[in-house]
Design a protein around this ligand. Structure first.
Ligand code: MG
Length: 384
């Protein structure tokens, strides 16, 4: 059995994992969480992340973040924090790489549109969809559907969910009902996600020209590090200055998160993962840094995510997703055979709900460009 002896007693350990839904023999060369990470990297949904929008639609430029590079950045930040806190790096890497697998094409605009379409059929939420991908949708193994990941990886993927959904989810839903915490690894991956997107969205925003440095200098957190960069490297400008500033911001957030969490862990003195589950969250920024992080997020909402150019793309994205869903619901015979629910169920309502979920799975799995192609195929008479 692979050993994680260098880890803190409150870290998630392969040897004491709650295990997989389908029992499998242990590997002689890899920990259970390494295996999970490897399964995620080899799955189809992971490769699709390359062509899915983070903020900028894939064809808008080659240098913007995609869901794939975003997930890699989250994994880098999460591993860095985990190593410092003697938490399980393999587990945070697995959670990071899987956390966005359920995202629709076109980012949040796509998810919001699909959620509206699915309102009468239980809704759509990317977080739940990520779990659905690893639990049932991937078809890679002879013995089971999905990737048969460990409980701790699945729990980390399910960052949040409604009480109604929690009741339907079995073991991973329990903590939302009992109001317990997830592992420290799950808690920190959540915050690594935030550190990654807040910073890379500023970088991409500047690169696209939708944000200007003048705007960013009104944000104290950016201005402070930009001034430091100017003092260290007089005359520095352009991309190099932006990169030097953003790396300082990322570092400040990570250093603060490690120090604050270390102190909290010390104060709570958890002896095991079970202790972690029964206490309040221990992975956190200091109050001062939390304020900076919130301001950063608010800045991005006001200036980038609601920029009229982003709104235009979001509006088109909503139309594409909504059109696809509606035409497929109206005429399921247009769907590839695998996605048509045969009318073996007598109950019309059940049949409708099953068909809707199947269509949601189909649309959520699409990359940006596949969704656009499918839209042309279904709505343009010139396209075959
Ligand atoms: Mg993310």
């Amino acid at each position: 059995m692979f050993s994680d002896t260098h880890l803190a007693p409150y870290a998630a350990q392969s040897a004491t994992s709650r295990g997989r839904s389908h029992a499998e023999p242990a590997s002689s060369s890899r920990s259970e969480y390494q295996r999970d990470r490897d399964r995620i990297i080899h799955c189809t949904a992971f490769r699709r992340l390359e062509y899915k929008t983070q903020v900028f639609v894939n064809h808008e430029g080659d240098l913007f973040r995609t869901r794939l590079t975003h997930s890699l950045e989250v994994a880098q930040i999460a591993r860095s924090i985990a190593r410092n806190l003697r938490l399980n790096e393999d587990l945070v890497e697995a959670i990071s790489l899987a956390h966005d697998l359920g995202h629709t094409p076109f980012g949040h605009a796509g998810q919001d549109a699909l959620n509206v379409c699915m309102k009468a059929f239980g809704g759509f939420e990317h977080n739940l969809q990520s779990l659905r991908v690893v639990d049932t949708l991937e078809e890679r193994y002879g013995a089971f559907d999905g990737l048969n990941l460990c409980f701790e990886t699945r729990e980390g993927i399910l960052k949040h969910c409604s009480l109604t959904n929690a009741h339907k989810l079995g073991d991973v839903g329990q903590r939302f009902i009992q109001k317990n915490q997830a592992s420290l690894e799950a808690q920190l991956t959540n915050l690594a996600d935030e550190i990654a997107y807040n910073n890379h969205d500023i970088d991409d925003g500047l690169r696209s020209g939708l944000l200007t440095e003048a705007q960013l200098n009104e944000l104290d957190f950016y201005a402070k590090f930009r001034a430091e960069v100017a003092t260290t490297y007089p005359g520095i400008s352009g991309r190099r200055a932006i990169s030097e500033t953003i790396r300082r911001m990322i570092n400040a957030l990570i250093v603060d998160l490690i120090a604050t969490s270390e102190q909290r862990i010390k104060d709570c003195a958890p002896q095991s993962l079970d202790d972690v589950r029964n206490r309040s969250p221990m992975i956190a920024f200091s109050d001062a840094m939390q304020k900076e992080a919130t301001l950063l997020k608010q800045f991005l909402h006001a200036n980038l995510y609601r920029h009229y150019m982003v709104n235009r793309m979001s509006s088109k994205a909503r139309r594409v997703v909504t059109d696809l869903f509606n035409v497929m619901m109206d005429e399921p015979i247009l769907l590839p055979d695998d996605y048509q629910i045969k009318k073996t169920v007598t109950d019309q309502a059940t049949h409708g709900t099953q068909q809707a979920r199947k269509i949601a799975d189909y649309i959520a799995g699409m990359t940006d460009r596949y969704a656009m192609l499918e839209h042309r195929r279904l709505f343009s008479v010139d396209e075959v």
